[in-house]
Design a protein around this ligand. Structure first.
Ligand code: URA
Length: 229
């Protein structure tokens, strides 16, 4: 982990304040003065700020129920951030694991553990995500079969990976995919001549959405471990 990040997760300092401490020569790693903020360090090294040993706090793992018209960034932009209601100190250190569009609602995972989130989103992990999808017109059984088998996006030669699709009504389906291309679900339905009018993520891996819109909770240890292969 970068030295400035390690200082942030061991203190209440912001990234800018941590940078200033490093540049001012206030930080040592195993007794050696370090002034490079990008220096990579392991948490078990002896890292000191003005002589005081830093103990990183444990990583945080969250489930957030994202409301419509929020964004999965840590800063408010065109819409408020999904972290607005996360009343934790230093939530600027958290990041979302697999973003949703502003108009998509539902399950978002967030953490400050970059290795954990990387393992979930890297394409080889084939992590399952289930979406409840509202459509502008009834989905034909032929289109449903094409979605299950794999459709081709414009400009891409590889079809989407096989998906599970279940009808709730002719205009509402549950879709489970194991990849996460940009605007994947909307593009899949566009590829079969339909249009997504409502999109809600219900599940990632074994973790299901079980809280009200706008709320958040910590993941249980079992939920965190369920993503570790
Ligand atoms: N696919 C989309 O098109 N949008 C999302 O927000 C998530 C998956």
């Amino acid at each position: 982990m970068r030295l400035d990040k390690l200082i942030c997760i061991s203190t209440t300092l912001t990234r800018d304040e941590a940078t200033r401490c490093i540049l001012a020569g206030e930080v040592t790693v195993d007794g050696e003065l370090i002034t490079d903020i990008r220096c990579q360090v392991h948490t078990h090294r002896d890292i000191r700020l003005n002589g005081e040993k830093l103990i990183p706090r444990p990583f945080r793992y969250l489930l957030i129920h994202k409301p419509k018209n929020t964004i999965c960034s840590n800063k408010d932009e065109a819409y408020p951030s999904v972290f607005t209601h996360v009343d934790l100190p230093d939530h600027s250190e958290l990041h979302v694991v697999g973003r949703l569009d502003a108009d998509t609602t539902g399950l978002v995972l967030a953490t400050d553990d970059g290795h954990w989130s990387f393992d979930i989103i890297r394409p080889e992990s084939h992590c399952k995500k289930t979406y409840r999808v509202g459509l502008s017109r009834p989905l034909t059984s032929d289109a449903a079969d094409r979605l299950r088998t794999g459709v081709i996006f414009q400009g891409i030669t590889e079809p989407t990976l096989p998906a599970a699709l279940e009808f709730v009504t002719p205009t509402e389906v549950l879709l489970t995919i194991t990849e996460g291309k940009y605007h994947q679900v909307k593009r899949m339905f566009a590829a079969v001549g339909n249009r997504v009018v409502a999109l809600h993520r219900e599940q990632i891996g074994e973790v299901r959405l079980d809280i009200q819109e706008g709320q958040w909770r910590a993941l249980t240890a079992d939920e965190v471990a369920s993503f570790v292969k």
